[in-house]
Design a protein. Structure first.
Length: 124
């Protein structure tokens, strides 16, 4: 009998805690900066066949080249340390002196590829 009374006395506290919110079930938090369409496209591409071997190397070089070309705002075929920093190419900006072997203050995409190969990149 005492167990029933304890249960009845505890019921208002439990109900208050459950209903204290807005009564809705919690939804897991998602990144608010990623639109649903982009999230769906990323999930679809992740489930697609993985890129491997030569195709992967070509994809990496293509992405690096696109970033490099975007940083080359003057369309000279080379970039400065400041352009690399501004474009978010931290690896190039941070290793700029090692990449710029001619000490010209500018590096070409070929200079970057040569540096990466020297550092152990298998292909680029």
């Amino acid at each position: 009998m005492n167990k029933h009374w304890i249960g009845l006395l505890a019921l208002p506290f439990v109900a208050t805690n459950v209903l204290a919110g807005d009564g809705k079930a919690e939804v897991p938090m998602r990144d608010p900066w990623v639109p649903p369409a982009v999230r769906a496209a990323a999930a679809a591409s992740a489930s697609a066949a993985e890129t491997r071997g030569a195709a992967l190397h070509a994809q990496v070089e293509q992405k690096l080249r696109a970033s490099f070309d975007a940083a080359d705002t003057q369309r000279t075929g080379s970039i400065t340390r400041e352009q690399a920093k501004a474009a978010g190419l931290g690896m190039i900006a941070g290793q700029f002196d090692q990449i710029d072997t001619g000490r010209t203050g500018r590096v070409s995409f070929e200079d970057v590829k040569r540096f990466l190969k020297k550092r152990g990149a298998s292909t680029l």
